[in-house]
Design a protein around this ligand. Structure first.
Ligand code: MG
Length: 337
């Protein structure tokens, strides 16, 4: 197997504002894994706050030596080797995992949802994210999103109620919210969740700072809405300790090191009676389509990452009438545009 990679810069359609930062581009690394004339594609997405970059991913990928692995279907051995090269580097590891899944699926001539025995009719609706912005922009973005069936609203600043009221002035669509650790006081957080519950919100992602574990356990125990761990949760081994702190987890391939571990996360979360959401960073249709293969297994999907960029070089999973819609291309279901 032969690994190659190239840096790429995603252009965001709108400035992306979270509780803690704003940006207009996201660096990604595109990977290609070739074996006997078949190429699998992968991707690492590196939003700056997660600490990986074109440089760190290139450094990691340059350490990868696949010359001892001649059978791409022995995925377990290959991916255990990749994970053991160095700790961290989760997006870099995901870029190989995704390319290997694409390659192996192409060799088997099946899409991954079929290999896993899943029903593509059972894919969820995806949320579409409305970032923190001025009232006029929020109204415009909400109107643009009328094809979706559920919106995700970024909260965690001073104007949270105003954001929701602005969106509610345009639509009655179900909403979920992501506070990105923005609420610091558990009593205020609970008051806000009760208010949100009356506004038709269906769950709350990462309401409080991930370090405030006692507060989170209290909040989840009292909350009328499910609480979902995102920043508090990266790898499979994190799940048992989150069991009593949150109602569910947000799995992202860039945190889980790819599809192999993400699938295991879903199995473990279900065994622990946790809700499961599959999310993304800003990514091309490559990593988004890889995540979408797992989506028949989850409660909620937040797979709008490729819709937020203007220079997607892949065609893959499509959002049709708000629903994650899988095609039958082998592997992760993508083609170059
Ligand atoms: Mg989040």
């Amino acid at each position: 197997m032969h690994l190659t990679f190239k840096p790429y810069e995603l252009q965001l359609k709108h400035t992306f504002t979270l509780a803690t930062s704003s940006r207009t581009t996201t660096p990604v690394m595109l990977t290609m894994l070739e074996h006997e004339g078949i190429t699998g594609y992968g991707e690492a997405s590196m939003p700056p706050y997660l600490g990986e970059s074109h440089e760190t991913v290139a450094r990691f990928l340059n350490k990868v030596n696949l010359s001892d692995f001649n059978d791409p279907l022995r995925m377990d051995e290959i991916l255990l080797y990749i994970d053991a090269i160095e700790p961290g580097n989760r997006a870099a590891k995901a870029s190989i995992d995704i390319a290997l899944h694409d390659l192996a699926g192409k060799i088997m001539n099946l899409p991954w949802y079929k290999i896993w025995g899943l029903n593509k009719e059972k894919t969820p609706y995806t949320t579409y994210t409305i970032g923190i912005d001025t009232k006029d922009v929020v109204i415009e973005k909400t109107r643009e999103a009328s094809d979706f069936k559920i919106l995700k609203v970024k909260l965690g600043r001073k104007n949270d109620k105003e954001m929701i009221e602005t969106i509610r002035s345009v639509t009655r669509m179900p909403l979920c919210v992501d506070a990105n650790q923005g609420w610091k006081d558990k009593y205020q957080a609970l008051d806000m969740i009760h208010w949100l519950n009356e506004q038709g919100i269906i769950f709350v992602e990462q309401p409080m700072p991930k370090e405030q574990t006692n507060d989170m356990a209290w909040l989840t125990a009292h909350s009328p809405l499910p609480t979902i761990a995102d920043e508090a949760f990266q790898r499979l081994s994190d799940i048992p300790k989150l069991k009593d702190l949150y109602s569910g987890i947000n799995i992202k391939l860039m945190k889980s090191t790819g599809m192999r571990e993400a699938k295991k996360m879903i199995d473990v979360a279900r065994a622990l009676n946790l809700k499961v959401m599959i999310g993304c960073m800003t990514e091309t249709s490559c990593a988004i389509s890889a995540a979408a293969q797992l989506s028949p297994l989850v409660d909620w999907a937040d797979l709008d990452g490729a819709l937020l960029i203007s220079n997607d070089i892949f065609k893959g999973m499509e959002v049709i009438n708000g629903k994650v819609t899988l095609n039958d291309l082998p592997g992760i279901g993508i083609k170059m545009r």
